[in-house]
Design a binder for this molecule. Structure first.
Ligand code: BGC
Length: 759
């Protein structure tokens, strides 16, 4: 854990420059706008430890993965999110000395992420080897108003000298991925151009042939007046720049405005992309930094109005939740069905920028409650569009007759992950799609979704489960063998309780969906039956049989569900007894030692209880929580939030608060010693759920909202806002009372602390 950032309600503040923390800060201070994003790299040269990262939504590379440990059934490739061309570079050279914070003395360094307005602000004074002092102030944003535009205001002020400064402003597409083998490059050149005042670089990915055209145009100003220094234009493969020489006068600020435009061939015709880029650069420059910023900040103001959570009396907790919401909002905007939410968003390369079950199990509720229902619907449509690939994926593994097995990791619907214990065995993910659908339909009331898209997906998934279970003569039950549950610190286990429960629930839900669609829209139903060769009687009969005879590992004496068969053979010790030097165990222990231990990476049985809470008594929930939580090391970011929600329900106030800080400040305080790889974006939606479903006790039952709030002792009050079926609700919880206000929309009946209340 590292606690070097200052607490502030709306800002993340780093004071003083510590190069050892630079990679962590580069992740935390990242910027994005749903279409592109970048780590908080410096504009000027930095030769110290850094992970330079710029990313463009939807652009990836299928990296070949034929390796010695190849297993039949593995996908051919692993999709990588690609480090994309960078438009932020501004190099400063004064009398042959290049500004570089790795070398020069740095004072008054401050890096601030203003979350309210989506602005990265950095300032410092650097002393050059010959004693020259230069004050630098850099502001940067990726426009939320136009996802293809970003802007920088970079000012330099000579404190104790006058001299000529050489400024190099570039677009650099000669980039490598941090995770590429042998510095392999994934971009081919298409076109470069450099003219006085602007440059353009167009490149294309190998294999996938995505083009990304990046341009920059700039303006230099002293005292508000544009100046034009001596300019050299340079072009080389995948790189273009302008080198401008300007006289700097002591105590006079030179302001560099740099406008970046990033276009992807996913949104622009390749033969027009360069011209469009030029036109957009002109337009952005004409609009100017201040106006572009105002437009961008206005979008943020609106977003915050929609989804802010306030916490009074606890600045660390307030900063944590806003940081989580900020990152989520700048990662995914929900207006493009081809896009999804990578576990690291635009903050790093780990997890390949791909889509995981995280989206359905964690992110969906956040977007469902805070955004227009279209956003959540688009997330579901994304998976609907991948259904043919899920069927193909299942086929490759030997399943038949339209069984759909959704990938664990994907960019375009194809599985692109190859660790056998995950690719083949972490099968619970395919049902996360079904659960998300139920969540969406219950919350929005949009049952038409089931008719139009949903049922087809459900039947595909159910066909998978039908073939994946087997009948155990010994147990006289259906069992599911050779799986990995959500807790990846166990592999190849039998009868993971979570997996069996979810499989059985899916089959039950699909039966209901079949009956519903058949009754409400027989025409559509019959069309579907025809198209996917659905044998209703036989298939539904089989599902009913499986649901009624599914085996669930359980220990009656202890009164707990067993994570898997044989769990009790393990030596059951507590995570709190582990030595600090052994944690996190995934960085300190060998894999086999982890697998043999009882330690749990993330909620597993508890994940199931959280999803199906109403199926269990409070006593059952308590026994399972008390049994599993002490063995849980929370080394997946997805773990603490589930524990907040259950601990809140059980009245374990301190545990709920401890887990809340862990989920909301996971990256800010680098709990798991891995923030340098990027922020944990998908679990941030879990942080939001921790407040709303955890402390706020919000649940939806049969179309009705329930609130059962409590307030952590450390807080004076907290509030959140939700959209629900055309209405906007504001919930404010204080020590002495809870207020639920219907801000707009039709009257609504809710249940507050067990009492029916009309709003
Ligand atoms: C977790 C998975 C998750 C993935 C991406 C892993 O560490 O165990 O459940 O899908 O991270 O967030």
């Amino acid at each position: 854990m590292k606690q070097y950032l200052k607490h502030h309600e709306w800002q993340i503040i780093e004071e003083g420059f510590d190069p050892h923390l630079n990679r962590i800060s580069e992740s935390i201070f990242s910027l994005g706008n749903g279409m592109m994003g970048q780590r908080a790299n410096f504009e000027e040269t930095y030769t110290g430890d850094t992970h330079q990262g710029t990313y463009v939504a939807g652009v990836y590379y299928p990296d070949k993965t034929r390796v010695g440990w190849w297993k039949n059934g593995y996908p051919e490739y692993f999709a990588k999110v690609l480090n994309a061309p960078s438009w932020i570079g501004i190099k400063i050279k004064i009398e042959n000395q290049e500004l570089d914070l790795a070398i020069y003395k740095v004072e008054n360094f401050q890096r601030v992420l203003d979350m309210k307005q989506g602005l990265l602000h950095r300032s410092f004074v650097a002393t050059f080897p010959d004693g020259k002092k230069l004050k630098v102030d850099a502001k940067r944003f990726c426009s939320m108003a136009d996802g293809e535009v970003g802007a920088i205001r970079y000012s330099v002020l000579p404190i104790n000298f006058s001299a000529k400064v050489q400024i190099t402003m570039a677009v650099d597409a000669d980039v490598v991925n941090k995770d590429s083998n042998y510095d392999e490059k994934f971009w081919d050149r298409v076109y470069e151009e450099s003219q006085a005042g602007w440059v353009v670089v167009n490149v294309q990915t190998k294999k996938t042939l995505f083009q990304v055209c990046t341009g920059m145009k700039f303006d230099l100003k002293i005292d508000g007046n544009s100046i034009h220094g001596k300019t050299n234009t340079n072009v080389r493969e995948k790189y273009s720049d302008n080198v401008v020489e300007v006289e700097l006068e002591q105590n006079k600020e030179l302001v560099i405005y740099k406008y970046g435009v990033v276009l992807s061939s996913e949104n622009h015709a390749k033969d027009k992309i360069v011209n469009t880029c030029r036109a957009k650069m002109d337009a952005a420059t004409k609009t100017g930094f201040d106006k572009l910023f105002d437009e961008h900040a206005a979008v943020w103001a609106h977003k915050w109005e929609e989804c802010d959570i306030t916490i009074d009396g606890d600045v660390a907790a307030q900063q944590g939740i806003r940081f989580n919401i900020f990152q989520l909002m700048q990662t995914y905007k929900g207006d493009d069905v081809r896009l999804n939410i990578g576990p690291k968003g635009f903050t790093g390369e780990k997890y390949g920028g791909s889509t995981y079950w995280d989206t359905e199990a964690y992110c969906l509720p956040f977007y469902l409650c805070t955004s227009n229902p279209k956003v959540a619907r688009n997330l579901l449509i994304y998976r609907y569009k991948h259904l043919p690939k899920a069927i193909e994926n299942a086929k490759k593994l030997g399943f038949t007759d339209g069984a759909a097995f959704y990938p664990f990791v994907t960019m375009n619907g194809e599985e692109c992950h190859n660790e056998w214990e995950i690719t083949f065995e972490e099968i619970h993910r395919t049902s996360a799609m079904a659960y998300a659908m139920r969540d969406y339909i219950e919350y929005t009331g949009d049952e038409a979704y089931l008719i139009e898209y949903g049922l087809e997906v459900l039947i595909g998934i159910s066909r998978f489960w039908t073939q994946r279970v087997n009948w155990s003569k010994d147990k006289n039950k259906y069992v599911i063998l050779g799986v990995t549950g959500p807790n990846e610190y166990e592999n190849n286990v039998n009868n993971n309780w979570y997996t069996n429960y979810l499989a059985s629930w899916t089959l039950r839900f699909t039966q209901q969906a079949v009956a519903y669609v058949k009754k409400t829209n027989s025409k559509k139903y019959n069309e579907l039956v025809e198209r996917i060769h659905f044998k209703e009687k036989e298939e539904v009969g089989k599902w009913a049989d499986i649901t009624s005879k599914m085996y669930y590992a359980e220990d009656k004496a202890l009164g707990v569900f067993l994570q898997q068969d044989g769990f009790l053979d393990k030596e059951l010790t507590k995570a709190s007894d582990l030595r600090a030097s052994d944690r996190p165990i995934n960085q300190k222990w060998s894999r086999d030692r982890i697998l043999r231990s009882c330690f749990i990476k993330q909620a597993d049985v508890l994940q199931g209880i959280y999803l199906f809470e109403d199926d269990f008594t409070t006593e059952q929930i308590k026994r399972n929580f008390d049994f599993y939580e002490p063995m849980t090391v929370h080394e997946s970011s997805l773990s603490p939030c589930v524990h907040v929600i259950l601990a809140s329900k059980l009245g374990y106030k301190d545990k709920a608060y401890e887990m809340y800080l862990r989920t909301s400040r996971l990256d800010l305080d680098d709990y798991n010693n891995d923030t340098e790889d990027g922020c944990h974006i998908t679990s941030m939606a879990g942080t939001w759920m921790s407040v709303v479903k955890g402390f706020g006790g919000m649940r939806l039952r049969e179309g009705k909202l329930f609130f059962n709030p409590f307030i952590p002792d450390q807080w004076k009050s907290y509030s959140f806002r939700m959209e629900f079926r055309g209405r906007v609700l504001k919930v404010k919880v204080a020590k002495e009372k809870t207020e639920v206000v219907l801000e707009s929309g039709e009257p609504l009946e809710i249940v507050l602390n067990g009492k029916n209340t009309r709003l």
